[in-house]
Design a protein. Sequence first.
Length: 307
Amino acid sequence: MSKAQRSVFEIELSLDDDLLAVFENFKTIWISYPNSELPKRTISFEEILNKYNKTEKVKSVKVSIKKKAVLSMAFLLVFCLGFYFIGMTQSEYTNHRIALKGQRLTFILPDSSTVILNSGSEVKYSSDFGKQRDIWLEGEAFFKVTKNINSPFIVHTNDFNVKVLGTEFNVSSTILNQTVSLAKGKVHVLLKESKDEINLLPNEELVWNSKTKVVIKRNFDVNKVSAWKDNILILDDEKFKDALLKINQFYGVNFIIKDAAIANQHIKGAFKNLTIDEFITSLEFISDVTIIKTIQNNIEITKYHEN
């Protein structure tokens, strides 16, 4: 806008209270974005314009061509700002990383922190991550966070937020019992529904049951919980039916128990760097079962029977 246009604009504002109100409304929207405390529903330009026109009719004064131009200019400004902010919102989370099924994905964030994603997991974060270290997680990930006391690192999930300054920890939001497991440093967990805040120290783990809403804080074995990041699947003397959740996620497949007698059978072992075929062979050997791949891409587990 030139100096001459600005002068005309300012004169119009000084002579017309209604036009000034329109301008102030747009100015407030501009100043308040993006942390606006305005009501969720703000009056639309059309409503303002209709109200303005009705007021003018009462006064029996015609809107001048110059005034219309000023209104049009204001509307055009807000219209362009709308597209700008919409574009900014869409690009705010343009960084989207996904670990394919059966794979582990390791990458470095702009602040030099390391993220390791488990099979089928994903994260999103903004393009200006270095200024505000927020990351959104679906699934499971291990974080090695570069310390920055001036910029907290926050992991967001559907049910809780994990806030740290610099530490190493594991977050799992894939199953009913969601966990935050701390290896080093200190973390602060905020449960979104209850608003409870819980601090964890090294070797402490928070378990949140998304169905019962029960929260447990306990000690844990760091090596067992985070073994997956080193491509190790640990089955710690657990029932077959419970172990399938880990197995299916780790290999990105779909194991199905076809024999009810197997469901409660316990299984224990550590499987490192095994392909799916090598894992099947090992599982058949230690568990006395027969495993068959089907046409539907399922893997069926049945009781072993000698011919």
